[in-house]
Design a protein around this ligand. Structure first.
Ligand code: U2P
Ligand code: MG
Length: 255
């Protein structure tokens, strides 16, 4: 017996069991989920072919900061306006996800300055768009058999951030998308087939020895992760060259 494969088999089994038992709305388990059974009862899903179609729907999760909204560019503009004499890190020199960690290495007192910028009122509301992101998101939303959601984490200092994330989504994507906004500190708890996110390591309760998240993580390239080892995961470099279409079709083949 090949014991090397055991952890993988165990984690897959847990994933299937978890999906089948726990997740209302999921179509991933071996058995119809609660919502599929309910939809059958209410006549929304009539037969086996509708059920199969529902099972094959691709669920896409899009991160917000640095995937849809340009957190880094806006940060640097505001930081330099607010602290013109303080040292700063150019986009090409960014390294590592957390801005505050890189600035702290330059000087410990910069950490508070950094946080004061993105914790300020209107910071999240005024973020510019990542080029091509809104157009791509709207196109994904119109694709057949695809459900798309935005999956973003709030700051612990949530006072302005949470409300302004809603405002940003309404302003850039429209009211329909407010229904698609998932704000959570733990993205591993969210169900999906793919999560497009610039953070190279996404941690949470579901990533532990016997379990893996439902989604595949595609790393969206940003200034801070260009040099980061992403351990064989796939990257999406931008929304403008159209490569995201092939990426999603590829992922769909494996669901
Ligand atoms: O910390 C909560 C969320 O804020 C965004 N963030 C914060 C600090 C930082 O240096 N860079 C950054 O992007 C992230 O939001 P998200 O990408 O989930 O939308 C981070 O998770
Ligand atoms: Mg992000």
């Amino acid at each position: 017996m090949n014991f090397g494969r055991a952890p993988c088999i165990i984690s897959r089994t847990f994933r299937l069991l978890g999906n089948a038992q726990l997740v209302s709305g999921s179509t991933w388990g071996r058995f119809p989920s609660t919502s599929v059974i309910m939809a059958r009862r209410t006549g929304k899903i009539r037969g086996y072919s509708d059920f199969c179609r529902e099972r094959n729907r691709l669920r896409v999760l899009l991160d917000m900061d640095m995937v849809l909204a340009d957190f880094e560019e806006h940060f640097l503009t505001k930081y330099r306006e607010t602290y013109p004499d303080a040292p700063y890190v150019k986009a090409e020199d960014r390294d590592g996800f957390w801005l505050r960690d890189q600035y702290e290495k330059i000087s410990p007192n910069l950490k508070d300055k950094v946080q004061s910028i993105y914790e300020a009122e209107f910071f999240f509301r005024d973020l510019p768009e990542i080029p091509g992101a809104i157009e791509a998101a709207q196109e994904i939303n119109k694709m057949e058999d695809v459900d798309v959601f935005i999956c973003t984490s709030p700051l612990v200092q949530y006072k302005y951030c949470v409300k302004e994330k809603f405002e940003w989504v309404e302003q850039h994507l429209g009211m329909e998308w407010v229904e698609k906004l998932i704000i959570t500190r733990d993205k591993t708890m969210v169900q999906g087939h793919v999560l497009i996110d610039d953070k190279p390591k996404i941690k949470g309760k579901v990533i532990c020895c016997l379990s893996i998240p439902s989604w595949k993580h595609v790393v969206f390239t940003a200034c801070h992760n260009r040099r980061t080892n992403i351990h064989g995961r796939r990257r999406l470099d931008n929304w403008t060259d159209g490569s995201w279409r092939n990426l999603l079709e590829d992922i769909r083949k494996h669901i």
